[in-house]
Ligand binder design. Sequence first.
Ligand code: NAD
Length: 276
Amino acid sequence: SKVPPIILNNGVEMPQLGFGVWQVPDDEAERAVATALEAGYRSIDTAAIYDNEEGVGKAVAASDVPREDLFITTKLWNSDQGYDSALRAFDVSLEKLGLEYVDLYLIHWPLPSRGKFVETYKAMEKIHADGRAKAIGVSNFLTEHLETLIGATSVIPAVNQIELHPQLQQHASREYHAEQGIRTEAWSPLGQGKGLLEIPAIIAIAQKHNRTPAQIVLRWHIQHGNVVIPKSVTPSRIRENIQVFDFSLDAEDMAAIGALNEDRRIGPDPATFDIG
Ligand code: NAD
């Protein structure tokens, strides 16, 4: 299965679908990433706080996929915000991953009350200038945080990775990202697999296309231009989640899923989230 790339604002290609490894323990991450690479995934989304960068790195090292064909994302954890600490945290992540560079480095949360994301991002600009991150960006940034960041730094973030699924469609953020040339990346694209995949409208569309509800939801994201990073540790689901480039939803399907928006978060509110 082959995932088509999207082009980031700096010309770097990123697979539109990747593999997320949140809540996957280090040893299991190694197995899951190996399965994902065999299934055709080339993009992996980890983070320092997931505590599995070593497992991801081992799977990458053991695989015969050439490094230049892979797209590895990791994220800077909250306690490492600040210029010098960000530089140090990046070195630690790179070391754990066993890589010479990452493809994308993100600030995990804005922590607006700490007032450090601008200096943190300036460290990431340095990392980018040194060629050790092919692209840099942010995660969980609200529009107001992006405005502050863009006003104070030189590299427009390539990506903002935010919670996004049919029950939280993020129309305003997506519009602002599009105006600024920032790619929207959806975390928890399947709504963490809970109630979303049991909604009758989604099941009906799945039956119509002879696909699974997860494939329908992922296909909906793809047709909206979102980057998606679904997570599973079950080999059959890992394979299922990448089989979404050989069918399309029609306008009626897209509208039916569009009607499911409730502006309801599963995860924390970035305006107030302040741990770590
Ligand atoms: P997800 O929406 O990808 O859902 C994953 C869950 O859905 C699985 O644990 C499983 O229970 C179920 N599932 C997966 N495939 C399925 C299938 N084919 N059929 C039925 N059920 C299926 O949720 P997620 O793991 O929260 O998000 C994906 C990735 O996004 C994470 O692994 C992580 O990389 C990233 N993420 C980032 C942040 C952030 O703050 N930047 C936060 C959360 C997640």
